[in-house]
Ligand binder design. Sequence first.
Ligand SMILES: Cc1cc2nc3c(=O)[nH]c(=O)nc-3n(C[C@H](O)[C@H](O)[C@H](O)COP(=O)(O)OP(=O)(O)OC[C@H]3O[C@@H](n4cnc5c(N)ncnc54)[C@H](O)[C@@H]3O)c2cc1C
Length: 281
Amino acid sequence: MSAAALPAAAPRPVSGRGLASYALLGLPLAMTALPINILLPDFYARETGLALTIIGLVLLATRVVDAVADPLLGTWVDAQKGRGGYLRPILVAAPVLARAGVGKSRAEFAEAALFTHKGLSGPAILQVSSYWKRGEEIGITFLPAAASDWLIAAKRDRPRAHLRALLREHLPDRLADALADKLGLDRELGNLSDSALRAAQARLADWRFAPSGTEGFAKAEVTSGGISTAELSSQTMEAKRVPGLYAIGEAVDVTGWLGGYNFQWAWASGHACGSALAHQD
Ligand SMILES: Cc1cc2nc3c(=O)[nH]c(=O)nc-3n(C[C@H](O)[C@H](O)[C@H](O)COP(=O)(O)OP(=O)(O)OC[C@H]3O[C@@H](n4cnc5c(N)ncnc54)[C@H](O)[C@@H]3O)c2cc1C
C-alpha cells in the first residue's frame, strides 16, 4: 500500500520550516505592538512622576515574571486532575468524521476531535453533541480519507509493517498506540488474516463510543431545546398565543452549529424583536 492512500492532511510533527513560517507570520504582529511599547513607558512616567528608568525596570520585571510564571502555571495545570483524570489533553486526533443521532436527527461532521484523559472533546465532538441523546452511541471514522481496503493493500505492499507503525504515520503517536492496543493486532501485517484486517478497517471506519454524559451547563456553549419556533412570529418573535410576550436567542428552540451561528441567531432574532417593538403604535 502506498501511504498516499491515506489522508495527506493527517497531522505530522511540525517541521523546522513550519515553525519558522509561523514565526515569520508573527513578526508583523509583534511590530504593530512596537510603537505601543515605545510610547507606553513615557506615558506611565508622565502620569506617575516616576523616572523613565524605574518604569523601564518595572516593565522588564513584569516580562521576566511572565516568562517564568507562564510555563510554571502551564506545568501545574497539566498536572492537575479533574473528575475523570488529568486535565491536560493527551491525544489530539487527526481530522475525523463524527456522527450522532438517529433517523432525521442524525448528523455527521468532518472536523478535528480531541481525546483527553477526561473524555472526548474538540469541534467534531461539540458538533455531534447537539444531536446526541443520553444512552446513544456516537461513531467516529478515523482516517476518513483512507481507501476502503487500505489495510489489505498495506499487507500486500508492506507485509513486514505493523498496524501500530502504519497508524503512527497518519495519527498522533499516542492516539495511534491507543487504537492499536484496542485493536490488538500486534503482529506483522503479512502474518494477519485478511478477515482480521478487514475487521480492523471496519472498526477504524466506525469506532463506537457510548458517552457517559456531558460536562453540563457549566461548560456548554449552546443549549438545545427551548420555546418552539412554531409558537412565535418569525417577523417579530412575538408569541402567537400570548400577545406582548417575545422570545429571542437561546430562549428559542434554535441550536446553531459551531461557527458563529448562535451569535447570528441571537442578534438577528433580537433585531427583529427590537424593530417590531420600536414600530409599535
Ligand atoms: C463559552 C461559550 C462560547 C460560545 N462561543 C460561541 C461562538 O463562538 N459562536 C457563537 O455563535 N455562539 C457562541 N456561544 C453561544 C452564544 O454565546 C449564545 O448562543 C448567545 O450569546 C445567546 O444570546 P442570548 O442573548 O439569547 O443569551 P445570553 O447571551 O445568555 O444573554 C442573556 C442575558 O440575560 C441576562 N439575564 C439572565 N437572567 C436575567 C434576569 N432574570 N434579569 C435580567 N437579566 C437576566 C444574562 O445575564 C445575560 O446577559 C458561546 C457560548 C458560550 C457559553
